[in-house]
Design a binder for this molecule. Structure first.
Ligand code: SF4
Ligand code: SF4
Ligand code: SF4
Length: 277
């Protein structure tokens, strides 16, 4: 039985893939994007205990095994997240795929599928394989929302039970990618090729911010690399500073005009299904 640290489960979401879906957010990420809206999902709690005394509801305590979070006492004020210096959250539950599926089943009449996001969900491939296997038995479609930093070719069993991946191509130039995320985008591009070849690219996303993200190069680069296979949605996401911590936190969103220019560029490159958010 495989487990994963679950940050939260949203019973019904219409923004995490097509139709109404249950969205499962796993804790932990393998990069640290400068524009991350949920930096508290990046790391696992190290048990430093700094948030315990700050909880106004007494919902946190130290135990031998680490931090204990009593959900029934928690008011959801998020003070613990604001005071955590480690980009973590104490409000995380280690759950088996079966336990997560039991929660999903309650929403079964109202949802078309499930989407697992993060943090970075592909850090838990065995958990995903088990969860998707259970969900597909009941006719639910299963999507991953991924930064593409884990080599998915190493997990063919996961790809066999996955209906698609919404992949972040955060930038094209490796130096820009490294500055934005701290990582190397080679694996992302390998995954881009693999998923396109297997017909599993549900969506490609680029967060756009002029002079910071090379969105133009990314659009052109993806189009050239996947020539003839651009049958997926390209989502151009305007950078927004909400929740952002670090050097991008005081930056302004791009103008609508800039976003329309990017969409026009994408059309000339051969993309047909383009949305701006
Ligand atoms: S959530 Fe953060 S502050 Fe609280 S114990 Fe874990 S690492 Fe420390
Ligand atoms: S959100 Fe955090 S600080 Fe607030 S009540 Fe819950 S555990 Fe305590
Ligand atoms: S991949 Fe997602 S969760 Fe991870 S740091 Fe980037 S924006 Fe945050």
């Amino acid at each position: 039985m495989k487990t994963a640290p679950v940050n939260r489960i949203i019973p019904m979401s219409v923004v995490d893939g097509p139709g109404s879906r249950t969205a499962v957010f796993l804790q932990g990420c393998n990069i640290a994007c400068a524009y991350c809206h949920n930096p508290e999902t990046q790391k696992l709690c190290c048990g430093c205990g700094l948030c315990v005394a700050e909880c106004p509801a007494g919902a946190l305590s130290m135990t031998e095994k680490g931090i204990r979070w009593e959900e029934e006492l928690c008011t959801g004020c998020d003070t613990c997240i604001h005071v955590c210096p480690h980009r973590a959250s104490p409000k995380v539950k280690e759950m088996s795929a079966e336990a997560v599926f039991r929660e999903i089943e309650r929403n079964r009449p109202f949802i078309r599928g499930i989407t697992v996001s993060g943090g970075e969900c592909s850090l838990y491939p065995e958990f995903l394989t088990e969860l998707f296997g259970l969900a597909r038995e009941t006719g639910l479609t299963c999507l991953m929302d991924s930064n593409g930093m884990v080599d998915l070719s190493e997990y063919p069993e996961l790809l066999n039970v996955c209906d698609g991946v919404m992949l972040d191509v955060k930038s094209w130039n490796p130096d820009v990618y490294r500055k934005l995320t701290g990582g190397d985008n080679q694996v992302v591009l390998q995954n881009l090729d693999l998923l396109a070849e297997k017909g599993l690219l549900a969506e490609v996303r680029i967060v756009c911010k002029p002079d910071v993200v090379d969105a133009e190069s990314a659009i052109q680069g993806i189009a050239e690399r996947l020539r003839g296979k651009l049958d997926f949605r390209l989502k151009l996401i305007a950078f927004r500073p909400y929740g952002v911590k670090g050097w991008m936190q005081n930056m302004e969103p791009p103008s609508q005009e800039y976003m329309e220019e990017l969409a026009a560029l994408a059309r000339t490159c051969g993309f047909c299904d383009i949305i701006i958010t």
